[in-house]
Design a protein around this ligand. Structure first.
Ligand code: C2O
Ligand code: CU
Length: 552
């Protein structure tokens, strides 16, 4: 990946600063003089003027490893039933989830960290259901009125005349009617709630819920507002995959903490415009703990991995170099297990893995992000055995034929920079959030979306409501495109590897590549969104509404 000056400062400079135990050695350069003529000019804060808030950050590498047990988020119990909004004769399980401020220890040797959690825990409780079993969730905002983290009032939708703390829950990957999908502008404030209906007319898959409030999603999620939403079904049951205690959801995200263990979100250094274009840090949290461990038996386990980081991608391996099988991706099971030694997850992506510990009784195996420890598996000397082999056929994923597409859309991913090359916002198709809708697929038709990445970064692009397939990625001449809007390919199209060839709802779009996806717009007509899942981008214009139209 080409590295420009901004990337270098971001990845190199800040990583160094995060590791340092004393204030960084480099000095902030003076702010360039910019005209002050309203929000747009204030936005143009040079990224290199990033300063560190109150005191040096915690160096996670100074913490003892593997002293906390891996927490498994509890499965949420329903609070009775309520009539279905679609059929009042039908009673649906009703869940109530309060978003609350909470304190939790991220590590044995740290003070409790103030966070915001669904049901007062981070991650929130897991919502479990079965395909076709609809349910209702009342999402209650019981958060304080002042945000835990610095809000940027210049960001669209987060203006100073709006309540500072706003929330709206979205189930990522769910096939939901538009009124329950979590449209970013339909937020509610502290003391209010909304009840959403999830029909769950979809295949077994590892979904997740998280906040989606306009202009502050990055802060609400950094504060802790996310959890798992798991759909199961009969086709999956019939496969005899590891289940029960051997089926473990694992959410991984990075945080920056101060010496007191408190959340420490980066700002631009300008209190009037604190937005930063990307957030990365080096404390990797797994189900709410730093460096947790889990005792396992010498048998197969299913790990449902989710990347819930704001911006970091994870490249995960096992310390003993053993391989594992990927059996599912964002939208459900793969056609067959794919044997891998490493797995890469961009923000919002999921990978369903099966790891076989049977040949490793008595060993300790570490899940690693590059060279950094994430968590440890302690394999017991004895215990349960697997009854059967891992099935070699999982669930067919019929390829959607390109010939079925009624439309191909060329959509660009681009960045607005200031004169110094610092990102001030990121745009889809050069269009701001509040411009009229331009993507209007018809219900039950197939379209190809060609995503032209004109930036120097990879962006994970997510479409609400639907699942899709990746067709290919192909390098193109970005300069020629910028100069004359001509699309000139500079190399062959590369089809996705098998682990990316199943159902996806989030796709990594590499810089300088056209990433093509094919989508059948099934579900419900109405207004949804598509966006980059780097949360700093999503909040600052890299999100667009789209409409699904009904057939004439
Ligand atoms: Cu993970 Cu628009 O969402
Ligand atoms: Cu992005």
């Amino acid at each position: 990946m080409p590295i420009n000056r901004r990337d270098f400062l971001l990845r190199g400079g800040l990583a160094t600063a995060a590791l340092a135990v004393s204030p960084p050695a480099f000095e902030a350069e003076p702010l360039p003089q910019l005209p002050l003529c309203g929000g747009a000019a204030l936005r143009k804060v040079a990224f290199r003027n990033q300063v560190l808030p109150s005191g040096p950050p915690l160096n996670p590498l100074t913490l003892a490893r593997f002293v906390d047990l891996l927490p498994i988020p509890p499965v949420l119990r329903s609070a009775g039933t309520r009539p279905s909004p679609e059929d009042s004769g039908l009673a649906l399980p009703y869940y109530r989830v309060e978003m609350r401020e909470c304190l939790a220890q991220l590590h044995r040797d740290l003070k409790p960290t103030r966070q915001w959690g669904y049901a007062g825990s981070v991650p929130g409780p897991t919502i479990e259901t079965r395909s076709g079993q609809g349910l209702l969730v009342e999402w209650v905002n019981a958060l304080p009125r002042k945000h835990l983290l610095p809000v940027d009032f210049n960001v669209h939708g987060a203006e100073a005349n709006k309540p500072e703390v706003r929330t709206i829950a979205h189930v990522h990957g769910a096939k939901v009617p538009p009124q329950g999908d979590g449209y970013p502008e339909r937020w509610w404030t502290s003391g209010k709630s909304a009840t959403f209906h999830y029909p769950n007319q979809q295949d077994a898959a590892t979904l997740w819920y998280h906040d989606h409030a306009m202009g502050i999603t990055r802060l609400n999620m950094f504060a802790g507002l996310f959890g798992f939403f798991i759909v199961r079904d009969e086709a999956e049951d019939a496969l005899d995959l590891p289940r029960g205690e051997c089926d473990i959801p694992l959410v991984i995200y990075d945080r920056r903490l101060d010496r007191d263990g408190q959340l420490y979100y980066l700002t631009s250094g300008d209190a009037r415009a604190p937005w930063v274009p990307e957030f990365y840090s080096n404390a990797i949290v797994c189900n709410g703990k730093l460096f947790p461990y889990l005792e396992v038996e010498p048998r197969r386990y299913r790990l449902r991995l989710l990347n819930a980081a704001n911006g970091r991608s994870f490249h995960l391996t096992l310390s003993n170099g053993q391989d594992f099988q990927q059996i599912g991706s964002d939208g459900g099971l793969l056609p067959q297990p794919v044997t891998l030694k490493d797995v890469t997850l961009f923000p919002a992506e999921r990978a369903d893995l099966v790891i076989d510990f049977s040949a490793h009784a008595g060993e300790q195996i570490v899940l690693q992000q590059e060279s950094q420890e994430v968590m440890q598996f302690r394999v017991r000397k004895g215990g349960g055995k697997d009854r059967a082999a891992l099935p070699q056929k999982l669930r067919p994923v019929p390829r959607i034929a390109e010939a079925e597409a009624v439309k191909t859309r060329l959509l660009t991913l681009g960045e607005r920079d200031d004169y110094a090359g610092n990102s001030t916002m990121v745009l889809l198709n050069g269009t701001h959030w509040d411009r009229p809708v331009t993507e209007t697929p018809t219900l039950d038709t197939v379209e190809i979306w060609s995503l032209l990445n004109l930036t120097g970064d990879a962006h994970p692009i997510h479409l609400h409501l639907v699942r899709f397939q990746i067709l290919d990625r192909r390098p193109f001449d970005v300069f020629a495109y910028n100069a004359s809007k001509t699309l000139r390919y500079t190399g062959p199209a590369v089809p996705p590897p098998p682990q990316e060839a199943g159902w996806k709802d989030t796709v990594r779009t590499d810089p300088g590549m056209v990433t093509r996806i094919i989508v059948r717009f099934e579900g419900y007509p109405g207004r949804y969104v598509w966006h980059c899942h780097l949360l700093e981008h999503e909040d600052n214009e890299m999100m667009r509404p789209y409409d699904i139209l009904t057939k004439e």
